[in-house]
Write a new protein. Structure first.
Length: 202
């Protein structure tokens, strides 16, 4: 539909005004999202492409890159201004910093390690924005970073949360990632220890 067609729609009646507004809305939305989104007169927006297979492929690439100690490919799935919090709570900004960090850990404690990434939660927050929670199991590591302990003997389990966003070029990228280690499941000695742990929880 062209602008000429839109302005040819009669505006002398409520139906004509509604028709013109709906047509303008559709034309503008199509210009902003020419392929990935569609809109109806009711203003309902739906993604024309299901993002889950795309995100699954991204996670598979992350897993393969980790297992190959390929920090460049691992970081390439993040945006240039992505927010990244590692397992020790350190904050990094952008794909370049993320690549540098993983270059260091792939040459150090996690050299030769193997990771298995399993999706635990996939949630569409809005058109073009997805939350993904994963369980990530690392084995075969040489050592662990300071302050990090194994979840079980020879196994480090972490819970990694991603925000994935549609980019202007039509690609999907990680815009945020936060990693949290799963502590060992140590049985409590008794009520007094339980109270002490509860008092220090945050």
């Amino acid at each position: 539909m062209t602008l000429e067609t839109i302005f040819a729609i009669s505006s002398s009646s409520p139906a004509g005004v509604l028709g013109r507004l709906c047509a303008i809305h559709s034309l503008l939305f199509a210009a902003i999202f020419p392929v990935l989104f569609t809109t109806g007169c009711g203003g309902v927006v739906s993604a024309a492409v299901n993002p889950q297979p795309i995100v699954d492929s991204m996670l598979a690439t992350e897993e393969k890159a980790w297992n190959a100690n390929d920090n460049a490919t691992y970081a390439s799935l993040y945006t240039v201004d992505a927010d990244f919090v590692n397992i020790r709570g350190q904050v990094f900004t952008g794909s370049v910093a993320i690549a540098k960090l993983h270059g260091q850990i792939f040459a150090g404690p996690f050299k030769g390690s193997t990771i298995k990434i399993t999706t635990r939660l996939f949630k569409a927050l809005a058109p073009g924005l997805v939350q993904v929670d994963t369980d990530q199991e690392v084995t075969g590591y040489a050592s662990l970073p300071p302050g990090i302990v194994p979840t079980a003997e020879g196994v480090l389990l972490t819970h990694f949360k991603y925000l994935v966003a549609l980019q202007e070029d039509g690609s999907w990228k990680f815009v945020s990632g936060q990693n949290t280690s799963a502590l060992p499941n140590i049985p409590l000695a008794g009520p007094s220890q339980a109270k002490a742990i509860a008092a220090t929880s945050y």
